[in-house]
Design a protein around this ligand. Structure first.
Ligand SMILES: *Cc1c(COP(=O)(O)O)cnc(C)c1O
Length: 425
C-alpha cells in the first residue's frame, strides 16, 4: 500500500461484523477465566491485555498504524512527545551512560536531555549537527549508548544529515534515534536512511487538530543489539523482574526494544495515553497525507512571500531555494518539508514583539503544526529558560519568529502577515 492509503487502512482490519473504525476500548482492566491464563501474560509468555497502564487495544491499533507509516517493526504510544523521547533514550541508557545529541532540538527535549537526564546520572554531549564527521566523532565515549537528533529541528528548521549521523552511530555500535515530528513519515521516513528508532510528538501534525497531546516510539527492528551485547545488557541479558527472560532472545531483534519499553518503562512510569486520545489521534492520522501536503504548499508560499518582503531580515525554510538546508531537504524529503517557517523581523526583538501584536488570523500559541495557523516568538516563550549562548547553540535568535502555517487558504495567511508587517518600522 502507498503511504496515503496506509494513513486510512493501516494498523486495524476489522473482521466480519466488527466496527469499521478503530474502537475505543475505554477499560482499565481485562477479564480472564483462569489465573493460569493471566499468569502467562505476566510472564510475557502470551500476548494480551490485562491493565491499560501497560497496554490497551485501541492504543495498540493506532501504534500499529504509525509503525506501518514509518516502515518499522514495532511501536508504542505514549502520553506525550516528551515521554516518547524519554522512553526511547532511557530504554537503553542508564545512570553512568552517555548520550550524543544534536544541540538543534526542541526546547523541551533540550531540557530533558541536558538537565533531567543529567540529574538521573546520564551524561550528554551536545553537538552542532552541521559540523563535519571528524568533529562530531570526538563526542563519542566508550559509554555512549545512542545518538539523538531531529529530522527538521524545532524551531531552528535545521535539516539533520541522517546518513552522516547513522554512519557515525553505527561505527560506534549504537543506534540513531530521531524525532521525526516535523517531517512526518509522509515527507521523510528516517529508517530508509539508516536511522534505527523514530519518535514523534503526535500532538503536532499527526493529531493535527489541537485535540490531543501524545507521542510514539517506533523501532526499525534493524539494530543488531546482540552484536553489541556488552553495551546493551538491558536487552541482551536476563530481566529478573520478568522471570529472567532476555528480550532479544525471546522477542527477536524486531520486537525486543518495544517489548522492553512496554514491560519496564510503561509499567513503572505509566505514560500511557487514554484510549479516547488514541482514538482522536487516529482520526487525525486518516487525513495526515492530505493535510501535510497542504501545510507544505502554504509553508512554501509564505516563505516566498516573506523572503521578498522589505521588513523581513531573513527567512529559514528548508523547502525554499537558496536556504542553507535546501539540498539536504531535497535529499531526505523531496516532496516537501513542513509548514513551519522561521524568520527575523528587521529591527530586532522590539520589532518582533510589535509584529506579534498585529496578527489576526494566526493566533499566538505554544504550539505548531496543526490545522490552525499559529505563531510564536521563542526567545520570550518556549526557549526563555535558556541562556543566550544556549539560544544561539539551538539556533534561536532574539528577533526570530516561528510561524506555523495551518491549512487555511494561503491568501488569507499571507494577507495577515502583510498587515502585521506593515506595523514594523
Ligand atoms: C512538541 C515537540 C515535542 C514534545 O512533544 P509533547 O507532545 O509536547 O510532549 C518533542 N519534539 C518535537 C520536535 C516537538 O515539536
Amino acid at each position: 500500500m502507498k503511504i496515503d492509503t496506509k494513513c486510512i487502512e493501516g494498523g486495524y482490519t476489522p473482521k466480519n461484523g466488527e466496527p469499521r473504525l478503530i474502537p475505543i476500548i475505554q477499560s482499565t482492566t481485562f477479564k480472564y477465566d483462569t489465573s493460569e491464563d493471566m499468569g502467562k501474560l505476566f510472564d510475557l509468555d502470551a500476548s494480551g491485555y490485562f491493565y491499560t497502564r501497560l497496554q490497551n487495544p485501541t492504543n495498540d491499533y493506532v501504534a500499529a498504524k504509525i509503525c506501518e507509516l514509518e516502515g518499522g517493526s514495532a511501536a508504542i504510544l505514549t502520553s506525550s512527545g516528551q515521554a516518547a523521547n524519554f522512553f526511547a533514550i532511557f530504554n537503553i541508557a542508564n545512570a553512568g551512560d552517555h548520550v550524543v545529541a544534536s544541540a538543534a532540538i526542541y526546547g523541551g527535549t533540550f531540557n530533558l536531555i541536558n538537565v533531567t537526564l543529567r540529574k538521573m546520572g546520564i551524561d550528554v554531549t551536545l553537538v552542532n549537527p552541521d559540523d563535519d564527521e571528524e568533529t562530531i566523532e570526538k563526542a563519542f565515549k566508550p559509554n555512549t549508548k545512542c545518538v539523538f537528533g531531529e529530522t527538521i529541528a524545532n524551531p531552528s528548521l535545521k535539516v539533520f544529515d541522517i546518513e552522516k549521523f547513522a554512519k557515525l552511530a553505527h561505527k560506534h555500535g549504537v543506534p540513531l534515534i530521531m524525532d521525526n515530528t516535523f517531517a512526518t513519515p509522509i515527507n521523510c521516513r528516517p529508517f530508509e536512511f539508516g536511522c534505527d528508532i523514530v519518535t514523534h510528538s503526535t500532538t503536532k501534525y499527526m493529531d493535527g487538530h489541537d485535540a490531543t497531546v501524545g507521542g510514539v516510539v517506533v523501532d526499525s527492528g534493524k539494530f543488531d543489539w546482540m552484536a553489541h551485547k556488552d553495551k546493551f545488557p538491558g536487552l541482551c541479558t536476563p530481566d529478573e523482574s520478568y522471570h529472567g527472560i532476555t528480550y532479544v532472545e525471546k522477542f527477536g531483534q524486531a520486537g525486543a526494544f518495544i517489548t522492553k519499553c512496554t514491560a519496564q518503562l510503561q509499567r513503572d512510569f505509566g505514560c500511557t495515553p487514554s484510549p479516547m486520545n488514541a482514538y482522536l489521534l487516529n482520526l487525525g492520522l486518516e487525513s495526515l497525507a492530505l493535510r501535510v501536503k497542504r501545510h507544505c504548499e502554504n509553508g512554501l508560499a509564505v516563505a516566498e512571500f516573506l523572503a521578498s518582503h522589505p521588513s523581513v531580515a531573513w527567512v529559514d525554510y528548508p523547502g525554499l531555494k537558496g536556504d542553507k538546508y535546501y539540498d539536504l531537504a531535497q535529499k531526505y524529503m523531496p516532496n516537501g518539508t513542513c509548514g513551519v517557517v522561521s524568520f527575523g523581523v528587521k529591527g530586532g526583538r522590539k520589532a518582533a514583539e510589535e509584529f506579534m501584536k498585529h496578527l489576526n488570523l494566526a493566533i499566538i500559541a505554544t504550539h505548531v503544526a496543526d490545522a490552525h495557523s499559529c505563531v510564536l516568538h521563542p526567545a520570550s516563550s518556549t526557549h526563555r529558560q535558556l541562556s543566550d549562548e544556549e539560544l544561539v547553540a539551538c539556533g534561536v535568535s532574539p528577533e526570530g519568529i516561528r510561524f506555523s502555517c495551518g491549512i487555511e487558504n494561503k491568501d488569507d495567511i499571507i494577507a495577515d502577515l502583510a498587515n502585521a508587517l506593515s506595523f514594523v518600522k
